[in-house]
Design a protein around this ligand. Structure first.
Ligand code: PAF
Length: 271
């Protein structure tokens, strides 16, 4: 099918996902559809990006429901391979992106970005789309993929899609369904707290040294069991910052019960 699209001179956009699709994923499809003649979504729960103690076995899967949602959004094709078709028994390759792939989420999930980079490279090389879209919710993941695509000259435009939120501000995620009722009530505090931190930096000129500690304390007080990190970074390089600049971003990960939530927000000082 992809060959016939290419032979017909159509451009192809890809939306790689792990399924359990929600409105955030469907917004990826909407975005990439606007940039290409034909759209393909991939659904593959990638074992390479889960540590042995993580939720690979119980990660939500609903292939039929996902296919129906994708069809309703005008997605032209779905690629949902079986792991046995993708990985030879002696599959031995690992792609590791240093620099943007270090710190932040990599501290608690050291295996994660290698797993993502390796599967995304494989999917892009298999499908050879003109464009591929990834959500800004996984902000570090997006930076890792952009760097990998540039370094390996894979020749695909990487599009970043804005975060889609529930009405109360919680960033949509397939893992939100793990939250208990009481944790679901606490969860939106991740976004409200980092947004308030952004406002403090911009409005008062406070340094991250001061605001960072306040943010962690506020998240703990809101009911988060632990805070993996809250960092203020340059949005392009993901290097830590202390003062507001034109490209600031706050990245955060915190835990409610067994569920780890991530979120981020822009902290852009106007010139
Ligand atoms: O963001 C995701 O859903 C996954 O990490 C991705 C990019 C599809 C790779 O498995």
């Amino acid at each position: 099918m992809l060959k016939s699209w290419r032979d017909d001179g159509k451009t192809i956009g890809a939306a790689p996902t792990m399924g359990a699709l929600h409105e955030g994923h469907l917004s990826l499809v909407d975005l990439v559809r606007g940039h290409s003649d034909r759209t393909i979504a991939t659904i593959f729960v990638n074992p390479l990006q889960f540590a042995p103690h993580e939720d690979f076995d119980v990660y939500p899967r609903d292939l039929n429901g996902d296919a129906a949602k994708l069809k309703s959004r005008g997605c032209d094709a779905v690629f949902a391979p079986d792991a046995r078709d993708l990985f030879a028994e002696d599959f031995s390759t690992n792609i590791s992106v240093h620099d943007v792939g270090e710190n932040h989420c990599a501290v608690a999930r050291p295996h994660f970005f290698d797993g993502v980079a390796t599967i995304v490279a494989k999917l892009l090389l298999l499908l050879r789309p003109d464009a591929a879209v990834f959500g800004e919710k996984d902000f570090q993941q997006l930076a890792v993929i952009r760097r990998m695509v540039r370094d390996l000259e894979i020749g695909v435009d990487i599009l970043g899609a804005p975060i889609v939120r529930e009405a109360d501000g919680l960033a949509m995620s397939s893992r939100n369904q793990y939250l208990s009722k009481s944790d679901r009530e606490i969860a939106p505090a991740l976004f409200t707290t980092i947004s308030e931190a952004a406002t403090r930096i911009l409005a008062t000129g406070a340094t991250w040294e001061a605001v960072g500690a306040w943010t962690t304390a506020k998240l703990r007080a809101a009911g988060f069991a632990s805070v993996d990190y809250v960092n203020f970074v340059n949005a392009a390089t993901l290097e830590m910052m202390n003062h507001a600049g034109p490209e600031g971003r706050i990245l955060a990960a915190a835990r409610l019960g067994e569920t780890r939530l991530i979120d981020n927000c822009a902290v852009a000082a106007k010139n």
